[in-house]
Design a protein around this ligand. Structure first.
Ligand code: SAM
Length: 296
């Protein structure tokens, strides 16, 4: 299959035609898998899976009994060697993660790199990806988006990493855990301005799927509107700075400029007024900026 894919023809490679297929699997709805992905999963010598129980469930649903190898963040190097041995024997291998496209905020990149270095064909079998799905239903007109994935878990580290992203003219795509989504949205509103629009995509393709566009200033209220709203899986898409008009003033820059000239409390009060940002978050950010203080 896929004889046209470019690969290393070095005859010293034992199994030059063995292929590592990087296979996208559903992000919720089990029907979201391509016919070609099903065919490949059923025909390879082995499937390297992030969590073999999750993948077994998917395979059972399709009547596939291929052998599974565990390949996850904590054993990727070792498991990759095992996969390379299978490829060396001339058999192809499929790489899957628990959901969506492997190697996108998921393990797999190390194996892909090693397989490439060894001269094997690496071929994508595209399909579900939570980021692309969310962007596609945002309605934001920006022709570019920046896929960032997960921000750091700790508040101060999150704000520091977010700071250079706040004024980019591209939609920003974030993955966020349910227990942090509220805190993240509070930071986004404080640092990007309450007017900027956000798409909150929750439980995509699943029974309780919700996609909601609102101003960042209203996002906390939406998330808190009922006890289920901050449960499940989330993608956040925040409209780019230029795309939004842009009166959206960069809260981070504004705060930094004011801090150079004014006492901290006054700088925070003015930054909140100018940007529509949340006063408490800006206060905390001001302390961090002044001291390099890494509190959450
Ligand atoms: N590789 C996957 C992909 O292609 O989208 C992403 C894996 S990453 C470990 C998991 C994160 O993706 C979740 O925490 C969530 O932010 C996002 N995600 C995955 N499935 C989702 C879904 N059905 N609805 C909303 N977000 C989802």
């Amino acid at each position: 299959m896929n004889a046209s894919a470019s690969h290393d023809h070095d005859p010293s490679k034992r199994a030059a035609h063995a292929t590592l297929y990087v296979v996208a699997t559903p992000i919720g709805n089990l029907a979201d898998i391509s016919a070609r992905a099903v065919e490949i999963l059923g025909s390879v010598g082995a499937i390297a899976a992030e969590d073999t129980r999750v993948t077994r469930h998917l395979l059972d649903h399709r009547g596939i009994s291929s052998r599974l190898i565990a390949l996850h963040a904590h054993n990727e190097e070792r498991a990759a060697r095992e996969v390379l041995d299978i490829l060396a024997s001339g058999e192809s291998v499929a790489l899957v993660s628990d959901a969506g496209t492997p190697a996108i905020s998921d393990p797999g990149a190390r194996l892909v790199g090693l397989a490439r270095e060894a001269g094997y064909i690496v071929s994508p079998i595209p399909g579900a990806n939570a980021a692309a799905a969310a962007v596609s239903v945002s309605g934001f007109l920006s022709s570019h988006f920046l896929f960032y994935g997960f921000l750091p878990a700790r508040g101060s580290a999150r704000r520091t990493e977010l700071a250079p992203l706040t004024s980019l003219p591209y939609s920003l795509v974030l993955y966020e855990a349910p227990h942090r989504v509220m805190a993240c949205v509070v930071d986004l509103a404080a640092m990007m301005g309450a007017e900027r629009r956000i798409l909150i995509a929750r439980e995509l393709t699943k029974l309780f799927e919700e996609t909601h566009v609102c101003a960042l200033g209203g996002a906390v209220a939406w998330l808190g509107a009922n006890e289920h709203r901050n449960k499940g899986e989330f993608v956040l898409v925040i409209e780019g700075a230029a795309a939004s008009g842009n009166e959206a003033v960069d809260a981070e820059k504004t705060l930094a400029v004011l801090l150079d000239e004014l006492p901290l409390k006054q700088a925070v009060a003015l930054a909140a007024k100018i940007t529509g940002g949340h006063r408490n978050i800006l206060y905390q950010r001001a302390l961090e900026l002044k001291d390099g203080n890494e509190t959450t």
